[in-house]
Ligand binder design. Structure first.
Ligand code: AMP
Length: 313
């Protein structure tokens, strides 16, 4: 694994740096990508670009750049928050001169020799904070805002056990270093459309409770999404809901895609779910993973595997 010092040396060695992150981005993907870009812009004289899909729901964090293929010539590419190449947004990540991977997921695919992976970090935004402090970089209000958004995204505002004493200490240092409106960031993170709020109600009304109350499941079909006027990406706001129900240890939300396959959002308060995710075209963290099911039959298989897991756990 490379050191923060090596990352700084690589940044210094290039005029152009292009930052990628994973498909289906979340606040940590955006926050760490744009936060690193801001740190580089504030501390070095470089051309820095962030690429990937622009998501309306994340535009409050920032905007992606649209760049020509030619920009990759002689560029350094950094991929953040992405465990495997299949999940890197924008296939042009291979076109740069060198590639660095910076991540906090289990290192299932070490797709570059230049890699920095810390699975104890709550988020890649936390790694970026540590990187900034250890490298004695100037931290602007904007880079602090971006990194804070990423940290509270992946820890669900410090509710999950991935928010360690180190996370808290880095956040505390961030707030001592520079003033930014943390409450505004919390509000943006929690904001939902009326349609999403109504879908919350549907999810709670239609939860199936299995495994003696330890497993909660719900399937959101295309018909339901259309009925509520919610896009597939907007279903992200319901994923944490079942976790607040007493007795529920493991939960899963299946979201039917337009092609009839299902996106699978797996969450847990203890039993390890990323093994089951890995068996169904997915992966992720021990207690927060994602997967894909090709049809209703595979949905049923996943529910049955989770039932066994929840009963054991
Ligand atoms: P999500 O349910 O999309 O919020 O994803 C939860 C976690 O699992 C995130 O850290 C994702 O990066 C990871 N993840 C989601 N889908 C996949 C996948 N298909 N393969 C590998 N990791 C995934």
């Amino acid at each position: 694994m490379i050191s923060f010092k090596t990352i700084i040396e690589k940044i210094k060695a290039y005029d152009t740096i292009i930052i990628h992150r994973h498909v289906h981005p979340d606040p940590d993907a955006y926050g760490s990508q744009l936060g690193l870009a801001q740190l580089i812009k504030d501390n070095f004289s470089k051309r820095v670009y962030c690429v990937g899909e622009q998501l309306d729901g994340l535009s409050w964090i920032g905007q992606m750049d649209v760049i020509d293929d030619v920009v990759y010539n002689d560029a350094l590419v950094i991929v953040v928050d992405t465990a495997n190449t299949a999940r890197i947004d924008d296939a042009r990540y291979v076109n740069g001169k060198e590639l660095i991977k910076i991540d906090h997921h289990p290192n299932v695919e070490p797709y570059s020799e230049l890699l920095y992976v810390d699975t104890t970090a709550s988020s890649v935004s936390e790694i970026m904070c540590e990187f900034a402090f250890e490298s004695e970089l100037t931290i602007s209000c904007e880079s602090a805002r971006l990194l804070y958004a990423g940290i509270i995204g992946d820890t669900n505002r410090f509710l999950y056990n991935n928010a360690t004493p180190k996370t808290m200490s880095l956040v505390s240092r961030l707030r001592e270093t520079v003033s930014f409106d943390n409450v505004a960031i919390h509000n943006m993170m929690m904001e939902k459309t009326l349609e999403q709020a109504r879908l919350n109600g549907y999810v709670l009304q239609h939860l199936n409770i299995e495994a003696n109350g330890a497993l909660a499941t719900v399937i959101l079909t295309q018909d339901i999404l259309k009925q509520f006027g919610v896009t597939n990406d907007q279903t992200e706001s319901v994923v944490s809901l079942p976790g607040s129900i007493a007795g529920v240890k493991v939960w899963v939300i299946f979201v039917e895609k337009e092609d009839g396959t299902y996106r699978v959002n797996l969450r847990s308060k203890g039993p390890i779910v990323n093994g089951i995710a890995a068996q169904h075209d997915g992966g992720g963290h021990p207690l927060a993973s994602g997967a894909n099911a090709k049809d209703r039959q595979e949905v049923d298989v996943i529910i049955s595997e989770l039932t066994t897991l929840a009963l054991e756990g």
